[in-house]
Design a protein around this ligand. Structure first.
Ligand SMILES: Nc1ncnc2c1ncn2[C@@H]1O[C@H](COP(=O)(O)OP(=O)(O)OP(=O)(O)O)[C@@H](O)[C@H]1O
Ligand SMILES: [Mg+2]
Length: 300
């Protein structure tokens, strides 16, 4: 991963189902990329502002509202130019223990301003959804990768996130409603080009199975979900992310688990996942490796 060798790549992490691990995936992949030397921007497009929390940034108070992404999105939608450089948070201090790390920045969310931006995009209609993509393209010189954390459910904000992406990754957990949400999101990706008049054309890159169990603990539901992901052409990655308390616990510390446990399972799992994601960017979908189907005969 050499700096500045290729164009900036924007990855949206999205699924309609809430609580499956979009935010965890976003901030940990971002951290894994920085440890490989990349300059990474995390964009928090969720009014819940959890990506900010996971990176130790919580906006409150008048001064800070003007530093929120929701505020700047509203300004742009109303024709005002506001440079993103003036509002991003530099979280590269989190990387102080690593000599060769890249940089980590955050465009932070705040509930009231992001909800107002959502309403405005909704009012202006689908043609306004490229607003974030246009803003991010101005940051080409600053970043190698941009990861967008998205809100659950279908909304003008999730449409804006998909429109901003060069790539879309979806997240699933071994539960039936999560599979449905991931499949729906995968389907939505293919409409973006038409709906934005050709301006935005994200490529679907695959599905992360999160909060998975070791094979010895698989029950019928997990096997069905794993096979269901293949059947639904979600292109699951070879590495899934196991259920691990160190991942959830890291939220409270405002530091991604990859940075707190770099040489332990969280760091290793997300590191492997990162290489698979980068690998798929270089290959046509026919060449992507996916896990084998599982024979779940006899499981309950
Ligand atoms: N692999 C994992 N192991 C253990 N806990 C996890 C794992 N992944 C996520 N969690 C926990 O599950 C909860 C939901 O995760 P997260 O907030 O990342 O989901 P989300 O999809 O972003 O949710 P929302 O839809 O509300 O934005 C959090 O408490 C998180 O810490
Ligand atoms: Mg989230």
């Amino acid at each position: 991963m050499e700096r500045g060798e290729q164009a900036m790549r924007v990855i949206a992490v999205a699924t309609q189902k809430g609580g499956v691990g979009k935010t965890s995936t976003t901030v940990n992949l971002a951290a894994a990329l920085t440890l490989g030397g990349a300059r990474v921007l995390v964009v928090d497009l969720d009014p819940q502002a959890q990506a900010g929390t996971a990176l130790g940034v919580n906006l409150a108070g008048e001064d800070q509202l003007a530093r929120s992404l929701g505020w700047v999105l509203q300004a742009r939608l109303q024709g005002m130019r506001m440079p993103l450089e003036s509002i991003w948070y530099d979280r590269s201090d989190l990387l102080a223990d690593w000599e060769d790390a890249g940089t980590l920045h955050l465009l932070a969310s705040e509930e009231s301003t992001m909800t107002a931006a959502q309403d405005l995009i909704h009012k202006k209609g689908y043609q306004s959804t490229p607003v974030l993509r246009r803003m991010l393209l101005e940051l080409q010189d600053h970043f190698d990768y941009v990861l967008i954390d998205t809100p659950p459910a279908v909304s003008s904000l999730s449409a804006t996130a998909l429109a901003a992406g060069d790539y879309v990754i979806t997240v699933c957990v071994p539960e039936y409603p999560a599979l449905k949400g991931a499949v729906a999101t995968r389907g939505t990706v293919s409409y973006v080009k038409d709906r934005t008049g050709g301006e935005c054309d994200p490529q679907y890159l695959g599905a992360v199975l999160n909060r998975s169990n070791p094979p010895s603990k698989w029950k019928a539901q997990e096997v069905n979900i794993r096979n269901g992901m293949l059947d639904a052409k979600l292109a699951p990655f070879l590495t899934d992310i196991r259920r691990d308390e160190r991942i959830s616990d890291s939220f409270a510390h405002g530091v991604p688990s990859v940075l707190r446990f770099a040489s332990h399972p969280p760091g290793k799992m997300y590191g492997e996942l990162m290489w698979q994601i980068l690998g798929r960017m270089e290959q046509p979908p026919q060449k992507w490796e996916t896990p084998d189907r599982i024979d779940g005969e006899g499981l309950r």
